[in-house]
Design a binder for this molecule. Structure first.
Ligand code: PMP
Length: 305
């Protein structure tokens, strides 16, 4: 999206107030701006109703705990904030980005001078992914860049420090992929830059376990429970890239992608590898439909497929 200003929200929510986004709302001394010192959530709203709001708030609390902070507003205030920022922008289908930083403070890493966290909510229209991606699947690229180590900057904290993901995304785009796949320091599969990865192998649904160092995706949890409801065997553990190459199906999950099939993968040597038959697999389609059925049940939103 080159001209992102066209989608500039009318109002943004900053520390309890709806304000004009063209006016500076956050200090240049804000630690989020200076150091990426904060965390965030991306919440999908369908037909005016947020989906999986509770798990997003729970993860926000875990991320904040992970950086030694607490949720600065009560659950009810944040719930109202999501609704009011959507309404103020006359949006029914959209994405709410909720950012919490350690706030304004003196230069330097010592956070002692930070008095008040900064909380910003942005609501933007949902930019839907091309239908062809769901019909034909996307290409994922194994990038050389490794995922942040769990004992350095734990990927289970959804932090504002996104350079690891951004550099991986840039590498994958250069290599012609829609998503990057990152390995950890031991060479085990972790996740994509904005998504979790799943594959079907021998009729079993497999995904890297959380101890590999990855974000505990809200969609990942939903899909795991949908699979169990379908009596599809589920396995979480340590996966090597070759396990993906020989898989019957591969797909990505995220709040915005929902369930996105992957039909080809570029390996670390730059070789293109077709997944299964090269077509969208049965389980990928079934789980996407199940996921959307759940959205319809929770929000009333209707889908074509
Ligand atoms: N991994 C990373 C690194 C992400 O940024 C995201 C998007 N939040 C995900 C996985 C998927 O998480 P969720 O299903 O909660 O959107």
């Amino acid at each position: 999206m080159r001209n992102f200003k066209k989608t500039m929200p009318k109002k943004i929510w900053v520390n309890g107030r709806l304000v004009d986004p063209r006016r500076p709302a956050v200090s240049v001394f804000d630690r989020g701006f200076l150091y990426g010192d904060g965390v965030y959530e991306t919440i999908r709203v369908y037909d005016g109703k947020p989906f999986q709001l509770e798990p997003h708030f729970q993860r926000l609390a875990r991320s904040l705990r992970g950086i030694g902070m607490r949720v600065p507003f009560g659950r009810a205030v944040l719930g109202d904030a999501v609704a009011s920022v959507m309404a103020a922008n006359r949006l029914a289908d959209g994405v709410v980005r909720l950012t919490v930083t350690r706030g304004e403070g003196a230069l330097g890493f010592d956070p002692a001078s930070c008095r008040r966290p900064t909380v910003v909510l942005l609501a933007v229209p949902f930019a839907s992914h091309p239908a062809v991606h769901y019909e034909k699947g996307v290409r994922a690229v194994f990038v050389r860049l490794r995922r942040n180590a769990k004992n350095a900057l734990d990927p289970s904290i959804k932090s504002l420090n996104n350079l690891n993901n951004i550099l991986a995304k840039m590498e994958s785009m250069k290599k012609g992929g829609q998503e990057a796949l990152m390995l950890n320091q031991e060479g085990y599969l972790t996740e994509g830059t904005i998504s979790n990865i799943f594959f079907i192998s021998g009729g079993v649904l497999k995904t890297p376990s959380l101890d590999c160092g990855l974000l505990d995706g809200v969609t990942r949890s939903v899909v795991l429970s949908l699979a169990k409801r379908r009596s599809l065997a589920v396995w979480e553990g340590r996966c090597r890239p070759r396990h993906l190459f020989s898989a019957e199906e591969v797909f990505l999950t995220s709040t915005t992608l929902e369930v996105m099939p992957v039909t080809s993968v570029v390996d670390e040597q730059g070789r293109l590898r077709r997944i299964g038959s090269g077509q969208v697999g049965e389980w990928s389609g079934r789980l996407l439909r199940d996921y959307r059925r759940l959205i319809t049940k929770a929000t009333g939103k209707k889908f074509k497929i």
